[in-house]
Design a protein around this ligand. Structure first.
Ligand SMILES: [Zn+2]
Ligand SMILES: [Zn+2]
Length: 249
């Protein structure tokens, strides 16, 4: 199944306003994705409408939150139930440094329904760090039944390697690598420790599916996906070109 587990909605401060639930679903179908993950920075409030819109178009969807830790690095928490994403997002929001969103240009942060109508705006800037260290966050995500996947670990900002300088031994379900990471050379020594996945980290509809991972999933449920990722890690079945769209080759 062609999978892109990191797609933002218009609620994210850096998400384009065109990232409505329907636009995401439409772009996912166009990109041939069978499974997507919809996340926003420090919130899961748009998850239910995004899941409904994508499911209506036949695209299975995980709902989640891209959490900013106290070290100012990003981690994906993904759930197979939108209510769990909303509940986890609420906990994240309460631990976030309160910074008014009004101080930032182009930061509307709308909560929208399935048809894209705005219900309200989130007044606090969702890019702020929480007071959770990475170790605590990882434990909390797993305890809540979610997948714990550090975002873009090789990126020069807001990543584990940029903030900590090394990969700690934590029970991540996978690590997300950027499109620039060379899996064959594996410069951060990730191979054999965690499954490596590629995503789009899309903030605009046209970016959806620009990074992806082929996952042999039969049933879209967290335990099944976790098992598939574990097998990817153990067997090291990495296709060096997986996750690259034809336009990238
Ligand atoms: Zn990120
Ligand atoms: Zn992101």
């Amino acid at each position: 199944m062609k999978t892109d587990l990191h797609i933002h909605t218009c609620l994210s401060p850096c998400g384009d306003l065109s990232m409505s639930p329907r636009a995401i679903a439409h772009a996912a179908v166009r990109a041939g994705l069978g499974l997507i993950g919809v996340v926003d920075h420090n919130s899961g409030m748009n998850a239910p409408s995004a899941v409904r819109a994508a499911t209506d178009r036949g695209v299975a969807t995980l709902a989640g939150v891209e959490v900013t830790t106290v070290e100012e690095l990003h981690v994906l928490a993904l759930f197979d139930n939108p209510a769990a994403a909303v509940a986890f997002g609420r906990c994240v929001f309460e631990r976030m440094t309160p910074v008014p969103a009004a101080g930032f240009d182009d930061t509307d942060q709308p909560v929208v329904n399935e048809t894209g109508e705005i219900e309200h705006f989130v007044p606090l800037w969702l890019g702020a760090p929480t007071d959770w260290p990475l170790t605590d966050l990882c434990r909390l995500i797993l305890a809540a039944g979610g997948l714990c996947i550090p975002s873009h670990v090789d990126r020069p900002t807001m990543s584990i390697l940029s903030q900590l300088g090394r990969m700690p031994e934590l029970p991540f379900d996978a690590v997300e690598i950027s499109g620039h990471y060379d899996r064959r050379r594996d410069p951060a020594h990730l191979r054999g420790r965690w499954a490596m996945i590629r995503t789009s980290d899309a903030h605009r509809p046209e970016e959806i599916g620009r990074g992806w991972t082929e996952l042999p999933i039969r049933r879209v449920a967290i335990p099944e996906i976790r098992t598939v990722l574990r097998d990817l890690q153990v067997e090291q079945r990495f296709d060096p070109d997986a996750g690259l769209s034809p336009a990238d080759l």
